[in-house]
Design a protein around this ligand. Structure first.
Ligand code: FAD
Ligand code: NAG
Ligand code: NAG
Ligand code: NAG
Ligand code: NAG
Ligand code: NAG
Ligand code: NAG
Ligand code: NAG
Ligand code: NAG
Ligand code: NAG
Ligand code: NAG
Ligand code: NAG
Length: 583
């Protein structure tokens, strides 16, 4: 999701962050691992490596093994004894620290007995769900050594590029981490070869490269690749394995529709070249089959296109109460196809800073349209704006237009603002809902807002080429191909929330919000696995649809011992929530 909007909302102080928290449950571990041979080795288990054995791994990886420190503790070690607010909220800064996650709740273990927390201003610090050791990988050999070590010693393994993950999948308690943040090569090719066949121009990104690095290099090379509306997400890390949506998706499809090849280290330590001719089954899985379940990506190659100019508009409307916001949502639904002919994409965020039904809701709209000027952009939005501003209780707060190289337009700012306790829940909304029953949309928004939901994020990044690509053979759930938007609800809390409040909030999407949202999505609808609730009870269907059985078979072939297990990922049904013991 575009950081600009978070920025905008922070600037307007409209995120008086709600008061509670969540967590992704970790099991109480005491003694269980030792007694049960189906558990991973943890400190205290007979099979856990000795200090000397860790030292030997450290030599193998040229001294790049580190003990992982939770982020808040790392902050305490800085001169002055604290991180600044800028450091705390900077995704760029966090990406350099092995113990950091962007949503800080994933660093905590709320459910262990006692809870193991490392909060910003606390005087004590537990390791929580932060890994024990990390290999700060710089080479393929580093990754291979770490994978073999984890396998040989039956360790819980985690893989991280940036720590952006909304499901907490790039951290794990008692684990060895493979951190690919330092692998940052970018290589353009005019004629990328698969076998001996050229598939045209492409860019190869190592898995530590950030989106902003891609866009900056793309501009210099006159190329654009399909990637996200963020600065610091890793395109060749979690983003691509989830499928990857983009403001360019209505024009060029999902990022995974444009992936040509991967280099990856699989569970047996082999480095594989993965494309449509070599390991095509794994190639299928890596494009939408879920982040973190397949191995360690060294690099991914994406198709590129010549750059072009594009326009963006940032428009913020205010609805003075929930009824007005609901009417606005209906009007928005009626106009959601307005930009189809120009392949526009739009992020539409309903944001409130209060649970009062008579308090205002903001609708922030960021609309991207390729090959258009700012006035053409505004013209495309005018029917919607006119209809909205004709309503009572709706006003226009700001309107800002930009134009230029698509790489610049997509990179609205240099960093992403993170560092909160946040969980998500989501559904892909079928195009048919918007086409056939826009009034339902308003009714759903009304119920969500009346129920206290403060953030309803809309990503209009489907339709167009995403739908046209329906017959591409990849693991992307077919729900994407018939969707018009992905709707994401967030629930967040501050560090003062009680464990009970946190527990309620982490279940809030399933218990309170989803039953309302299903009037729009339909029952058993799909969700985008990178922006989802890890507690989805039927994650196989929700995140992977009819592809799960095939993905499960591919998983058994490349990772027969389940070395790569993540929340709501393929094979995770065989493991407890911590990924430490088989169930
Ligand atoms: C500010 C922000 C904006 C976003 N914008 C978009 C957007 O526009 N479009 C979109 O589709 N998504 C977006 N997302 C979601 C994003 O795609 C996911 O958070 C994604 O998982 C991030 O991948 P990462 O590698 O950067 O994060 P990480 O937390 O490092 O990893 C995420 C997952 O990928 C795995 N992984 C990481 N590196 C590797 C590797 N080298 N090999 C194998 N597995 C690896 C991890 O194990 C984990 O499962 C956004 C997220 C944020 C926080
Ligand atoms: C909430 O948002 C409104 C504008 O929508 C603003 O006037 C008000 O100051 C905000 N309140 C807080 C507490 O941030
Ligand atoms: C690994 O070796 C390096 C270099 O000798 C050292 O600085 C580092 O502390 C070692 N890591 C661990 C976990 O001992
Ligand atoms: C922690 O302290 C800083 C000042 O050092 C303050 O700005 C911040 O709000 C506090 N954070 C929490 C979560 O209490
Ligand atoms: C990254 O690029 C540098 C410079 O071209 C090269 O020396 C290095 O081998 C590359 N790394 C990998 C892992 O390919
Ligand atoms: C590619 O071409 C080379 C030389 O022409 C040949 O030796 C090789 O077998 C070819 N590879 C493939 C995958 O076709
Ligand atoms: C692989 O992709 C290339 C380029 O699109 C295509 O020419 C080739 O037929 C494909 N091969 C297979 C086995 O699908
Ligand atoms: C933009 O316009 C140029 C020139 O007409 C064209 O070649 C290119 O395909 C267009 N790109 C998009 C994304 O529409
Ligand atoms: C929008 O409203 C303006 C001002 O009322 C009017 O001039 C314009 O024709 C309207 N445009 C559309 C597309 O309705
Ligand atoms: C509009 O956006 C540009 C580019 O991001 C920024 O420099 C400018 O300050 C913005 N203007 C307003 C009024 O927000
Ligand atoms: C793209 O926009 C830049 C200004 O941002 C302008 O100098 C350039 O001429 C434009 N290119 C095209 C092809 O319109
Ligand atoms: C996908 O293939 C089926 C069967 O060949 C065809 O009926 C359908 O129109 C295709 N869909 C798209 C979007 O091309």
């Amino acid at each position: 999701m575009p950081p600009s909007l978070y920025q905008a909302t922070f600037e307007m102080k409209s995120f008086a962050a709600s008061l509670i928290l969540f967590c992704y449950t970790l099991l109480g571990l005491s003694g269980k691992a030792e007694a049960n041979p189906t558990c991973r080795n943890i400190p205290g288990s007979a099979g856990f490596p000795s200090p000397g054995t860790w030292d030997a791994l450290n030599s193998t990886v040229s001294g790049r093994l580190v003990k992982v420190v939770p982020f808040a503790k790392y902050c305490h070690s800085l001169p002055g004894g604290a991180c600044t607010d800028e450091q705390w909220t900077s995704a760029l800064f966090r990406s350099t620290i092995p113990g950091a996650m962007d949503q800080v709740n994933w660093e905590q273990s709320y459910d262990s007995t006692p809870p193991s927390l490392c909060l910003r201003n606390a005087t004590t610090c537990g390791q929580g769900d932060v890994p024990l050791y990390s290999v700060e990988a710089e080479t393929v050999a580093d990754i291979q050594a770490a994978v073999k070590f984890a396998s040989k010693h039956n360790l819980r393994l985690a893989v991280k590029s940036t720590g952006h993950d909304y499901l907490g999948r790039s951290t794990a308690a008692h684990s060895l981490l493979i951190h690919t943040a330092n692998m940052r090569n970018i290589t353009f090719a005019d004629e990328f070869l698969i076998g001996n066949h050229s598939v045209g121009s492409a860019v190869t990104l190592q898995s530590g490269v950030h989106i902003r690095d891609l866009y900056q290099a793309g501009k210099q090379n006159g190329k654009i690749a399909v990637s996200g509306a963020a600065a610091t997400v890793s395109p060749a890390g979690g983003y691509i394995q989830g499928g990857g949506h983009s403001a360019l998706s209505p024009t060029y499809g999902l990022a995974s529709d444009n992936a040509l090849e991967f280099k990856m280290v699989v569970a047996n330590g082999d480095l594989l070249q993965v494309n449509n001719m070599s390991h095509p089954d794994l190639f299928y899985a890596l494009r939408g089959g879920g982040s973190g379940s397949w191995g360690v990506i060294v690099s991914a190659t994406f198709r590129t296109f010549p750059t072009f100019n594009a326009s963006t508009s940032i428009i913020i409307l205010a609805a003075s109460n929930n009824d007005a916001a609901a009417t606005l949502a209906t009007v928005h639904a009626q106009h959601i196809f307005d930009m189809d002919s120009v392949r526009g994409a739009q992020y539409f965020y309903f944001l409130k800073n209060s649970t009062d039904t008579n308090a205002p809701t903001l609708l922030a709209l960021v609309s991207y349209i390729p090959n258009t000027t700012t006035s053409q952009n505004l013209a495309a939005l005018t029917p919607f704006l006119n209809a909205s501003l004709a309503l009572p209780d709706i006003s226009l707060l700001t309107q800002n237009l930009t134009y230029g190289d698509i790489n610049d337009v997509l990179l609205l700012q240099a960093d992403d603002s993170v560092g909160t306790n946040t969980v998500l829940g989501s559904r892909l909304i079928p195009e048919s809902t918007y086409r056939d029953s826009p009034a339902t949309v308003g009714q759903v928004y009304k119920k969500l807002l009346d129920g206290g939901s403060k953030v309803i994020l809309g990503h209009m990044v489907a339709g167009g080429k995403v739908a046209e690509n329906a017959n591409i053979s990849s693991a992307v759930t077919p729900a994407w191909r018939t969707a018009k938007a992905h709707l994401v609800l967030t629930n967040d809390w501050t560090d003062s929330a009680s464990l009970e409040e946190i527990d309620t909030l982490r279940k809030h999407f399933q218990t309170e919000q989803l039953p309302i949202l299903e009037a729009m999505s339909g029952p058993n609808a799909g969700a985008y696995s990178n922006e989802a609730d890890p507690l989805e009870p039927d994650f196989k269907t929700t995140l992977f649809g009819p592809n799960y059985a095939k993905l499960s078979t591919i998983k058994s072939k490349y990772d027969p011992a389940d070395l790569f297990i993540v929340a709501a990922g393929v094979g995770s049904e065989r493991w407890d929530e911590s990924g430490l013991c088989k169930v």
